[in-house]
Design a protein around this ligand. Sequence first.
Ligand SMILES: NC(=O)c1ccc[n+]([C@@H]2O[C@H](COP(=O)([O-])OP(=O)(O)OC[C@H]3O[C@@H](n4cnc5c(N)ncnc54)[C@H](O)[C@@H]3O)[C@@H](O)[C@H]2O)c1
Length: 297
Amino acid sequence: MPAPPVAVVGLGQLGGSLAAALVAGGRQVAGWDVDPAARAAAAARGVSITRELGGVVVLAVPLPAMAGALEGLTVDPDATITDLGSVKAPVLGALGATYGGRFVGGHPMCGTERSGHGATDPALFAGARWALCLEPGTELPRWLRVAEVALAVGAEVVPVTAAEHDDAVAAVSHVSHLLAAALAAAAGEAGPTALALAAGSFRDGTRVAGSDPAFVTAMVEGNAGPTAAALDRVRAQLGRPWPELVAAGHAVATRPVARETVRVPVDRAALLALGRQGGAVTRRLAAFVEGWVPARG
Ligand SMILES: NC(=O)c1ccc[n+]([C@@H]2O[C@H](COP(=O)([O-])OP(=O)(O)OC[C@H]3O[C@@H](n4cnc5c(N)ncnc54)[C@H](O)[C@@H]3O)[C@@H](O)[C@H]2O)c1
């Protein structure tokens, strides 16, 4: 079956990068953005600018704009709708109610502290994990269609439910943004000499504090419960004796990352089991997908 066309709504950092990566791979890509400058930049990269969307329709707009992103656009009644939003349960609530099993929530785990069409990078998705939601009502052939788009730009697909996704990213992403902000703000209070001496560890720990505050606020507030729970776990860690805390963090940060190749049937339970083992899909075969899980031992 030929790969379906892709239409991207929101041609900023994530959407512009996805469109550019697909065009570079020879795919037909349509797109729309409310910002004429973003439309012009995408058109210059070979994206066909239109309000008529079909195939796999990817919503790459800020979280607060997600529910209304298709208003005023013409969408093929058989289109598969997906999104790139950093929080999944609220988007599933809004778009799943409208599109049912045609909606497949997604979240590529990449991006930088930059935003807008000027931050477009066709290599952004190469090697990135891309969470793709499999709810009880998700139509599996549509999930596979979106997975194919993610694989086409070099990402690895992690099958999850929206709730599993939101808990997981609270721990590794949303709390990281809050901790970066806290570290930067506290260093600011420590005075100009501290900031003058800030070097590598401060730069790495605060990089994402340079992100657009509107983006970060929408993300943490959109995932408030899991993020608060993840922050509680961080607070508990900070209460441990320092040698114990340093050793525990070091063990996780330097854990072995060997992979074992696996094949799993194209089946909701089997795919979710792969995601729950910490694995990802890397290739679609006929009745199977190929992927990996962390190696035992
Ligand atoms: N930035 C990251 O690191 C990152 C990572 C993964 C996922 N995401 C998610 O991807 C999505 C996009 O983030 P981004 O960083 O690319 O943002 P961005 O600000 O770079 O781009 C968003 C684009 O959407 C356009 N837009 C806004 N409202 C619109 C509407 N109603 N219709 C059409 N276009 C509209 C804007 O003009 C802009 O070009 C967000 O939902 C975000 O949560 C971001």
